[in-house]
Ligand binder design. Structure first.
Ligand SMILES: [Zn+2]
Length: 61
């Protein structure tokens, strides 16, 4: 559904390094999730609980 809206945030892996584990926050500026190692690249990131992150990835399928 994201793609049909013309905006496809990266939710299945870290938008910075591609890591699929330890996704901790969403970065609007970078358009996707950030893993634990990349949290520092966006100080305006939105913390996402791990269960929610997995749910988002599931829906993005
Ligand atoms: Zn990362």
């Amino acid at each position: 559904m994201y793609k049909e809206a013309g905006f496809a945030p990266v939710v299945t892996h870290c938008v910075s390094c591609g890591n699929r584990q330890d996704l901790k926050a969403f970065s609007i500026a970078n358009g996707g999730m950030l893993c634990r190692n990349c949290l520092h690249i966006d100080e305006n990131k939105i913390a996402i609980p791990e269960k929610v992150a997995k749910l988002m990835a599931l829906f993005a399928g």
